[in-house]
Design a protein. Structure first.
Length: 153
C-alpha cells in the first residue's frame, strides 16, 4: 500500500497545473505522510513476525495495526540519542516532521501550501523510505521494537 501512496501524493499535487487547489495539496501531504506510516507499519510486522505470504496471517496483521501515530512519533524523537544509524535517523526525523505537516494540513483550515513545497515534502518521504530500507535488518528490527513497544523501567 505505501508504494501506491507516493504516486497518489504526486498526482494530487499536480492535479491543476495552473492553480492547484489547497484541498489537493493538503491531501497530497496526508498521502505522503501515510506512505511513511504504512512503510513503518509493514516494517514492524515484517521484522517482528516475518515477511512473505506464509507469515502474513493474523499475527502479522496484528503487529501491522499496532503502530500508533503519537507513540511512534515520540519514539522517533529518541533515535538520535539511542545511537541509531543515519538511515533510521533520517526516516524518524521525516516521520515526525511529516506527521506535524499532516496534522496541520488535515486540521488547520487556515493552512496554505504551495505546490513546490509539497513536491519537496513528497521527495523527502521517498528519500526517507529509501534510507530506512538501506539500513541493516538488525537496526530496522530495533527501530520496530522502539516504535511499537513501551519501555518499562
Amino acid at each position: 500500500m505505501s508504494h501506491e501512496l507516493i504516486p497518489t501524493a504526486r498526482r494530487l499535487a499536480n492535479v491543476n497545473v495552473r492553480r492547484p487547489r489547497q484541498a489537493d495539496l493538503k491531501r497530497a501531504i496526508s498521502s505522503a505522510y501515510y506512505a511513511l506510516f504504512h512503510t513503518l507499519a509493514k516494517e514492524c510486522a515484517d521484522r517482528l513476525i516475518g515477511s512473505g505470504p506464509p507469515q502474513r496471517g493474523a499475527a502479522w496483521r496484528q503487529v501491522y495495526r499496532a503502530l500508533e501515530h503519537g507513540f511512534a512519533k515520540n519514539a522517533c524523537g529518541q533515535v538520535t540519542n539511542l545511537g541509531f544509524p543515519p538511515g533510521v535517523v533520517h526516516f524518524a526525523d521525516t516521520f515526525a516532521r511529516l506527521q506535524d505537516q499532516r496534522h496541520q494540513a488535515d486540521y488547520d483550515p487556515e493552512a496554505r501550501y504551495i505546490r513546490a513545497d509539497v513536491l519537496i515534502m513528497i521527495t523527502e518521504v521517498e528519500q526517507a523510505i529509501s534510507a530506512l530500507k538501506g539500513t541493516s535488518v538488525r537496526d530496522r528490527t530495533a527501530f520496530a521494537a522502539l516504535v511499537l513497544l513501551k519501555n518499562r523501567r
